[in-house]
Design a binder for this molecule. Sequence first.
Ligand SMILES: [Zn+2]
Length: 232
Amino acid sequence: MPIPILMYHSINTEKNNVSLNIDNFRKQMFFLKKNNFQTINLNQINNKNSNKKNFIITFDDGYEDVYLNALPILKELNFSAICYFVTNFIGKYNFWDENKSNYKKMKLMNLTQIKSWIHEGMQVGAHTSNHIDLSNCEYNQKKNEIIEPIFFFKKNFSIDIENFSYPFGKFDSQTTNIVKDYYKTAVTTQRSRYKFNKFNFYNIPRVPINNSTNLLKFWFKIYTPYEDIKFR
Ligand SMILES: [Zn+2]
């Protein structure tokens, strides 16, 4: 079956565009557990172990509430997830969205929390160093934004990161070419479940989940072509 790669941002009790309510998140995770889904990581998406029901959990931006609210649920259910961090904003706030009309200032994980995130068996990916629009900057800046997180995680945690997420879901062919040289996969904000042979590793679609996603809609997104037909 096609693999749903779930896209989350923040998990808390606030009402804003990037947050999902903790109770909804908990219900979704328990629903998947009850239906025998298992998490895999992005490097396994083309393993043809199709007897199993697999899915992937992704968090963009590295919000502190993911550490505080989502991690305990993931541990309880023995699920793993990947979080894409913006390395120059670690321990700070989501200032890149500051000029948006519905801006909500939110705290991002600090180094200690990321260390613990990794220690708990969770994965880490790159979301550039400054959360910029990669389709709209010069080659050198683009390249720096893409590769700096690799050095950052090597230096601070001695780990090699292999997975990338395009900020704002924006990229051009030059962006993709640089990403290809340094990472094994890149996720987008395009919508679909992942199908073997249909998508390349640098244009991986995801299934967005927000507060309007009730359990019935969640079921549709996981089990039916509901998301697949929204791919552009
Ligand atoms: Zn982002």
